[in-house]
Design a protein around this ligand. Structure first.
Ligand SMILES: O=C(O)c1ccccc1NCC(=O)[C@H](O)[C@H](O)COP(=O)(O)O
Length: 267
């Protein structure tokens, strides 16, 4: 049976081909025009759990969350709530996102912005740079270890921070070898869509000391945030919880509520 990740990657291979053809026709993508913003630096200086607050209109597991979200307004409210960064889903086919959402969100705030997509090729990295992203998501399950290393180093050479996502202990070695800026642990099983916060707890034990680790997916309460902080995460990536709220005052409160103290964690 084809998994959702395999289907998404098939779509991405076609998109990469189209993008390459466009570059051949029209010339290279414009270079970045905005100064870089670092998430790693923010997290290292933070006494609280960092929150990467996500703009996600729709998802394969949950369907439509908020089709008509205003990315600028959302990003501003996330910033007011104390978010450390904004994550923007830029995939159109499965998440109804767009690179335009990333540009609009970033220009509304002072926070670093993550391009959350399924990146498998250098041209998508160039596209992220051109759009003004600060952080790029790479997914260990999406490619072999040597390719992961190549793309991670390429993205960093282009001035991006890399959030490298793993789904289990078996992907840790390849992730660490790829020298990303941050390691993300996704609690969502991409075959069943089931969420298990124990995934982060298990993987966090296997990461080298000093790794900036982000627990991703399925964080729905302050207690979940506390659990991730206690396990050693320096940040959490939160989408559904925030996107289910249309009332902006309660979104602001939700973000602030997740920023639990880190306590005596090693920096
Ligand atoms: O969210 C999905 O359904 C999904 C399905 C397949 C691949 C990726 C998917 N989500 C991307 C993410 O990693 C999440 O948007 C992110 O971690 C936030 O998760 P949540 O707080 O559970 O919305």
């Amino acid at each position: 049976m084809t998994t959702i990740l395999e289907r998404i990657l098939e779509t991405k291979r076609r998109e990469v081909e189209v993008l390459r053809q466009r570059i051949n026709r029209e010339g290279p993508l414009p270079e970045r025009t905005v100064p870089f913003r670092s998430l790693a630096q923010r997290l290292r200086q933070d006494e609280r759990l960092g929150v990467i607050a996500e703009i996600k209109r729709k998802s394969p597991s949950k369907g439509v969350l908020q089709a008509n979200v205003d990315p600028a307004e959302r990003a501003r409210v996330y910033e007011q709530g104390g978010a450390s960064a904004i994550s923007v889903l830029t995939d159109e086919t499965y998440f109804h996102g767009a690179l335009a959402d990333l540009r609009v969100a970033r220009s509304a705030v002072q926070l670093p912005v993550l391009r959350k997509d399924f990146v498998i090729d250098e041209v998508q990295v160039d596209e992220a740079v051109s759009a003004g992203a600060d952080i790029l998501l790479l997914i260990a399950a999406a490619m072999p270890a040597d390719r992961l290393g190549e793309l991670s180093r390429y993205a960093r050479s282009r001035g991006l921070e890399v959030l490298l996502e793993v789904h289990g202990e078996d992907e840790v070695e390849a992730a660490v070898a790829a020298e990303p800026t941050l390691i993300g642990i996704n609690n969502r099983d991409l075959r069943t869509f089931e969420v298990d916060l124990g995934t982060s707890e298990r993987v966090l034990q296997r990461l080298p000391e000093g790794t900036l680790a982000i627990a991703e997916s399925g964080i729905m309460t302050r207690e979940d945030a506390q659990r991730m902080a206690a396990a050693g995460a320096r940040g959490i990536l939160v989408g559904e919880l925030l996107m289910r709220h249309a009332d902006l005052a309660s979104v602001r409160t939700q973000v602030a509520d997740l920023r639990v103290p880190l306590g005596a964690v090693a920096k």
